[in-house]
Design a protein around this ligand. Structure first.
Ligand SMILES: Cc1cc2nc3c(=O)[nH]c(=O)nc-3n(C[C@H](O)[C@H](O)[C@H](O)COP(=O)(O)OP(=O)(O)OC[C@H]3O[C@@H](n4cnc5c(N)ncnc54)[C@H](O)[C@@H]3O)c2cc1C
Length: 385
């Protein structure tokens, strides 16, 4: 076992950190409550960071997940927010793994160059969040294509995306053997949907550009189908490990930001004639959070390494997401406590990052469902749902 950090990770960290320094806290504060960081996402795209996982033959960097996760970790550790653009990294993987040669040739180079944005991932519905196979949005075969009807919710960045990776039911549940069958994945070009597609923003406690999307018989050509009809759920599962590893990296970045900021503040803030960091009640929660972040980081790197080696990594990817989101939340609380009342002031940025990192215990998958996965698939206990 070796634990030395590869040189390319150090280079990625330095280069992305330099880019992030151009988008300081004032930039993010000014965007609150719901402004989209256009310039930030454009800068990441121009510098090729969002195309990290796209193979070189399609204009990307052809990096592995471990290296790509360094990009997102660095963004969050710099005080910026990957939530504005992270989806492109994992949605694109579905096109790469399951798309036709024509789809890859048509879309991947344009996504890599920034000509097309694939930031929207439409899975969750009002009556189907954790229980994905209960989705009710349908895609009916009509003539040469499909007609999509239904509603998605929490489709983040849909107003800042040209394409949406969409999961819809193509065969009704009473006509399939298992509920996991009969779901299909589509690469929907939202620019051609006209007024049959309606996107409404949802105001949330953090700036995440999330929306609900209504499909009123949206017509799509058969060429929009990704992979085989009816296998969409399997394709979604396929992409989940990458999503979990990348989210874990973002949480680790957040956690590092909280601990570093709080440790600095606690060393400077003097109360009762001495720095508050001298008190174990302030120091230990930060030390504990740091230890938890380091532990989660090891599992995240193991998961990413396994994925990049083409080995099974479901257990590690799930554990990494769970441990990292718990660690970043513990770090957020310790950081807020260390700042006392000032932690609540927008100008300290703690409350903003606090709101941002809280999401990852729930989305893209809730930690209860992650624990259910570990209980069932790793420990062999009965399925709990
Ligand atoms: C800001 C934001 C952005 C999002 N972006 C996207 C996006 O871009 N695309 C997308 O498709 N989705 C997105 N989501 C949706 C997200 O993936 C879901 O919110 C998440 O999967 C949970 O689903 P739910 O909200 O319907 O909760 P529910 O499924 O209703 O669950 C509610 C609570 O009950 C718990 N629970 C449910 N069943 C069980 C069980 N069997 N055992 C134990 N606990 C259980 C859950 O853990 C959860 O805490 C986003 C959500 C948010 C808030």
């Amino acid at each position: 076992m070796r634990f030395d950090v590869p040189a390319d990770f150090v280079e990625i960290h330095a280069a992305v950190g330099e880019l992030c320094a151009r988008f300081p806290a004032e930039y993010w504060r000014a965007l609150e409550p719901d402004g989209y960081p256009e310039e930030f996402v454009a800068a990441l795209t121009e510098n090729g960071w969002l195309a990290a996982l796209i193979p070189e033959e399609f204009g990307g960097a052809g990096l592995g997940v471990a290296a790509a996760s360094m990009i997102l970790e660095t963004i969050n550790a710099s005080g910026c927010n990957s939530g504005a653009c992270h989806a492109q990294m994992y949605t694109m993987g579905s096109v790469l793994r399951h798309g036709s040669a024509e789809q890859k040739a048509e879309y991947l180079p344009k996504i890599a160059s920034g000509e097309l944005r694939l930031q929207a991932f439409g899975v969750t519905e009002p009556t189907a969040g954790s229980d994905t196979t209960s989705i009710q949005t349908t895609a009916k075969r009509v003539g040469d294509g499909y007609v999509i009807r239904g509603q998605k919710i929490w489709t983040s960045r849909a107003l800042h995306s040209d394409l949406m990776l969409l999961l819809a039911r193509t065969t009704p549940t009473d006509q399939v053997e298992k509920k996991t069958d009969g779901l299909s994945m589509f690469l929907l070009d939202m620019r051609t949907a006209g007024d049959r597609l309606e996107i409404r923003p949802i105001q949330t406690m953090m700036n995440h550009a999330t929306t609900e999307v209504f499909f009123d018989d949206v017509e799509v050509p058969a060429t929009a189908l990704v992979g085989e009809e009816g296998k969409g759920f399997r394709y979604i599962l396929d992409g989940m490990n990458v999503e979990r590893i990348l989210i874990a990296a973002e949480c680790i970045g957040d956690g590092r930001w909280f601990v570093e900021k709080a440790a600095r503040y606690a060393s400077e803030r003097v109360v009762f004639g001495r720095p508050i960091g001298m008190n174990q009640g302030v120091q230990f929660p930060l030390a504990r959070a740091h230890a938890a972040i380091e532990a989660a980081d090891l599992v995240r790197h193991k998961a990413a390494w396994l994925f990049d080696e083409g080995k099974p990594c479901g257990a590690e990817a799930n554990m990494a997401k769970f441990l990292a989101s718990e660690a970043s939340w513990a770090a957020a609380n310790a950081c807020l406590d260390a700042h006392g009342g000032y932690g609540f002031a927008a100008e300290y940025d703690v409350e903003r990052k606090f709101r941002e990192t809280r999401l990852y215990s729930i989305a893209p998958v809730s930690n209860n469902l992650v624990l259910a996965y570990i209980g069932q698939h790793v420990l062999g206990m009965p399925r709990s749902y």
